[in-house]
Design a protein. Structure first.
Length: 297
């Protein structure tokens, strides 16, 4: 089982779209995939459940598990909160399961920080390692051993919930739009990842080493001769700071993404459409192949 966190400080960069489509394509190829939604906006959750349908699942979210952990209750293991959305699983050879999110995860961040004595996450605190390893230890349950891949859709911050995801991860992927503001924070994010690993490994008996496998450029705007020149410049900036970038990019197609959300099926599994949709589908499929190669899943 390989665990991959998908993260960027900036919202609106296609983080959830990538997580849903890579997960769906992996399942279409016969793999068993677990998608974990840690973003309080719950966009990944609603990629597979319509809001009205999800009303019946409100008690089956990762929020409830985090609350139990904070309170010191361990009666209900994490695997009990796993959901299996019907519509997507009727279309794939493998399986897609989801750990759903909830708006209340915003409060969980504050509560986890309070457990460690405040927002600075003091590593001298006796619960520093157990709190940071909460998700990693939960995923070590043998009930999760049948999964080939776990993809974590992280919130656009580096607070405690995100830190538990990084500690649990083997790899980190950073989606970004090819514009100045979206790429500005990538190097800073790399620094935060490095500091977390160094800080955690200085006190933890089990060291971690999540690999930043690359930046995936999304929402690329194409002309007759290729991507816009301004966007090419932003992509080149990634090479200047020596952060790897995926060769495959994903074009901008808000209509296709919106329609996929309405149907509760990611683009890679949606019915055949116009040329734009088919191009987008092809790019996502190629991206998944590159993702497999880079993460060595």
């Amino acid at each position: 089982m390989s665990v991959v966190s998908v993260i960027n400080y900036k919202g609106g960069v296609g983080k959830t779209t990538l997580t849903a489509n890579i997960g769906a394509e992996l399942a279409a190829r016969g793999r068993k995939v677990l998608l974990i939604d840690l973003d309080p906006q719950a966009s990944l959750t609603f990629s597979f459940y319509r809001p009205a349908e999800f009303e019946e699942q409100q008690q089956s979210t990762i929020l409830n598990w985090f609350r139990d952990f904070i309170a010191g209750r361990t009666e209900v293991p994490l695997h009990r909160y796993v959901l299996t959305p019907q519509e997507i699983n009727a279309k794939v050879q493998g399986q897609v399961d989801v750990l759903a999110s909830h708006l209340g995860l915003i409060e969980v961040d504050l509560d986890l920080a309070a457990v460690l004595g405040g927002s600075r996450f003091l590593k001298q605190h006796p619960r520093y390692v157990p709190v940071h390893r909460a998700l990693a230890d939960a995923l070590n349950d043998q009930m999760f051993h049948g999964y080939d891949s776990v993809l974590i859709d992280c919130p656009p911050n580096f607070n405690m919930v995100t830190r538990t995801a990084i500690v649990a991860s083997d790899h980190v992927v950073v989606p970004a739009r090819p514009d100045y503001l979206s790429t500005l924070g990538i190097d800073y994010l790399r620094g935060r990842l490095t500091r977390l690993v160094e800080e955690y490994n200085s006190v933890a008996p089990q060291p971690i080493n999540p690999e930043l496998v690359g930046v995936i450029y999304t929402m690329v705007q194409w002309t007759a001769t290729g991507p816009l020149n301004s966007q090419r410049t932003s992509v080149e900036r990634t090479a200047e700071i020596e952060i790897p970038a995926f060769l495959q990019t994903v074009r901008d197609s808000k209509t296709a993404i919106t329609e996929a959300g309405v149907s509760s099926l990611p683009v890679v599994l949606a019915p055949p459409g116009n040329t734009t949709i088919e191009n987008l589908r092809y790019e996502l499929q190629q991206l998944t192949s590159e993702f497999l190669a880079r993460t060595r899943i």
